[in-house]
Every structure is written in C-alpha cells, then in structure tokens.
Design a protein around this ligand. Structure first.
Ligand SMILES: Nc1nc2c(ncn2[C@@H]2O[C@H](COP(=O)(O)OP(=O)(O)OP(=O)(O)O)[C@@H](O)[C@H]2O)c(=O)[nH]1
Ligand SMILES: [Mg+2]
Ligand SMILES: [Zn+2]
Length: 365
C-alpha cells in the first residue's frame, strides 16, 4: 500500500477506500474506465491542485491538458465529483469527470446567467441557520426551493438554540412551508441536540452544509468529526473579528463514516432554474390548493380560476408563504429567460462567425 503524498492539507496519512467515500452508494462501476485509469473522489480544490480520495489514500493531482483546455468551467471537477485519473505515484492527472448524480448550484453572484456549482453527488443538504438574528423564513424557503430543484433532499438545522427560548415558534414557522424535511434544533456551544443529528447522518452518504457566515457550520463539522481539524489546518482564515471563517469548500469524513462538505458562508443564494417546467412541484405549500386551479399550467398569479389565490383571499393560505412563492418563482423564470437569451445570442454569434469564415474562404481573403 502506497504512503499518502506529503503536504495533503486535509487528513495526513488517512487511509481510504472508494466505498468509504460513497462509491457503492453512487452505483458506479469501473468498467467504463480506459486502461491505466484509476478512480478518485475530489475532496478539495486549491487553485490548480485537486486533492482526491482514492482506493488507498489521498493524493494531489492536476487536470490533464485535454480537460483543462477543452472543457466548460461548469464541467471541470468540483468537490464531490468522481473522476478518472492517471496515477503516477507521487502525483496524478485527472482525465475525465464521471457523470454526476446531481449538483448543488446557486446563481453565480455578479452574473445573471451563470450557475456556480457548490458540490456534486450529494444525498442531503443541511441548511444551517442560527437562532440569533440569522433566522429568516423567506431565506430558508429560498434554500429549500433551490436545493429541491437540484434533486437533493434538504435537512434544516437551527443552531445556536442556546440563544433562543422559542423553539416551538420557529418550528411552527418552518412547518408553514409544508416541506417534508427534518428540522433539528441544536447548539454546538452547549451540545444540545447534537446526538440526534449525529444519529441522523448515515455512513458513506454525502452531505453538504450551506448557510450564512457565522451560523456555526464549521463548529458543527468539528464536533461531528470529533476532532479540531478545521481549526488547525489551512482551510480556515481569520476574519476581521478574529474568528474562523471558512474560505473553501472541502469534503470531510466524519467519525461515523458520513461525508460532509463544509462551505464558506453565503451572502446570496440566487435561484437558478434546474427543474424547467417542473418548478411548481418544489412549492409544496401550494400543492393542495393548486389541484383545484382551472388550468393545469396556472401560475397562481392573476390567472382565471386560480384556487391558490382564492385560498389566499379566504385566509387558508399563509400570506408570507404565498409572497415567498411569487418572489422565488419569478426569480427562477428570470434566470431561465436570461440563460435562454444568452444561449440564443451565442448561437447567433456562432452562425455569424461561421458565415463570415465561409465568405472569406469563398472570396479568398
Ligand atoms: N452561542 C452560540 N454560538 C455559536 C454556536 N455555534 C457556533 N457559535 C459561534 O459562532 C461563530 C461562528 O461559528 P463558525 O462555526 O465559524 O460559523 P460558520 O457558519 O462556519 O461561518 P463561515 O465559515 O464564515 O461560513 C463562532 O464564534 C462560534 O463559536 C452555538 O450553538 N451557540
Ligand atoms: Mg465555516
Ligand atoms: Zn392557480
């Protein structure tokens, strides 16, 4: 068995196996690989360096030229990806990204048409909010909508329970959204609720934590790892208040064998449009009323015969829940329209370039 490459920023000399990184769960087999290629899972990306968990240990790799220059950014390896790589002992070159089961994305902040991938091949996303001033139902609905539309099962974690006396009130709020997902209250400070979370996380399954900065994601990771690795290695940097702030997305193996991706706190979690026409199915609070709408493609805005807006008027549907739906649905549609426009413009530009090339060739200039 080969020793791990020195300088691995994650878990020096930790032995691995593909199964312990979710390979069986993911259902891949190695028959699709070309001769000489091995399989690994991306656990960390630092600039041009890709750290992989492989059959025997963790190694540092780079992209092959073909992948680096011939692939759209979105399709380049991301944390969570299974990749085929050429193994040269001390190093390796990634040659292919294996098909993704799913990918958690958000709208790329500062870009109206691009999505940014936060992690791939994920079983559950833990949406972490703090029960201090961070708790926000509309923001929670935004995360739930996007995560569901990426075909990932969400889990809500309300941390800092030591700072709030009103768990019942918060739970009632979340239940208004009628999302069929577990809600956990915890405090990484006092230990409250952590045992339940620990038991809920299954070995070899992949989880990702998302939420605003300072809600306690890395604190939770440290406790679940039963180690202070996140505090001691280079993944954390000190922010202006002197506390740890996560700066990169990395996949960690917990003490019970679950896999957890920690992410930097996010100011924006803009929606993309992953579901296309299926967007209605990710708003379950409206479902029971939507059955009664006159038209099956009812958008529940000013549509004739809409049972959802009727339920809103009669007080059966919560106003805040409906407002959240309108906002998020419009945002998803806007992303879709802009992305379509961009594609159309690119197609037009491509056609023009081709025509100009043909013209030059024909007229020999
Ligand atoms: N009162 C209280 N404070 C907590 C709790 N959990 C975490 N904290 C504190 O909240 C601060 C931020 O915690 P982090 O774990 O770094 O938060 P984070 O979500 O990883 O933040 P980013 O990496 O910036 O996204 C730290 O000072 C923690 O000590 C908790 O349950 N209760
Ligand atoms: Mg953090
Ligand atoms: Zn309707």
């Amino acid at each position: 068995m080969r020793a791990c490459v020195k300088g691995n920023p994650l878990t020096n000399l930790q032995m691995t196996s593909l199964e312990s990184y979710g390979w069986t769960m993911f259902g891949h087999n190695t028959s699709a690989l070309q001769k000489g290629e091995s399989v690994g899972r991306v656990i960390s990306v630092k600039g041009f360096k890709y750290f992989l968990a492989t059959e025997t240990c963790e190694i540092e790799t780079e992209l092959s030229g073909k992948l680096l220059y011939g692939t759209e950014f979105e399709d380049l390896p991301k944390v969570g990806d299974w990749v085929a790589f050429l193994d040269y002992g001390e190093t390796g070159y990634i040659v292919n990204v294996l098909p993704r089961m799913n990918a958690l994305s958000r709208k790329n902040p500062g870009n109206k048409t691009e999505r940014q991938i936060l992690g791939t091949n994920i079983d559950h996303a833990l949406i972490v909010q703090g029960l201090d001033r961070d708790f926000n139902l509309m923001r929670l609905d935004r995360y739930l909508t996007q995560i569901s539309s990426c075909s990932i099962d969400p889990i809500v974690v309300l941390n800092k329970s030591d700072l709030s006396q009103s768990h019942e009130l918060h739970l009632k709020q979340v239940q208004k959204l009628k999302r069929d997902c577990p809600v956990y209250f915890c405090s990484t400070l006092t230990g409250y609720g952590l045992q339940l979370i620990r038991h809920a996380l299954e070995p070899c399954k992949t989880y990702i934590m998302v939420g605003s900065s300072g809600v306690g994601k890395s604190s939770l990771l440290n406790i679940l790892m039963e180690s202070d690795i996140q505090r001691t290695h280079a993944l954390s940097a000190f922010n202006s208040k002197g506390t740890h702030t996560t700066t990169t997305r990395d996949l960690f193996k917990l003490s019970n064998g679950s896999l957890l991706i920690d992410t930097p706190g996010m100011r924006e979690f803009g929606l993309t449009s992953e579901t296309g026409d299926q967007w209605r199915s990710v708003f379950p609070a409206l479902e029971e009323f939507a059955q009664g709408c006159r038209y099956t493609d009812c958008k529940h805005l000013n549509d004739f015969g809409c049972a959802v807006t009727a339920a809103l008027r009669s007080g059966k549907l919560d106003e805040q829940v409906y407002e959240s739906y309108v906002k998020l649905m419009k945002e998803q549609s806007r992303f879709e329209i802009r992305a379509e426009d961009k594609k159309r413009l690119n197609r037009q530009f491509g056609k023009m370039t081709k025509e100009a090339k043909n013209h030059r060739r024909k007229n020999k200039f």
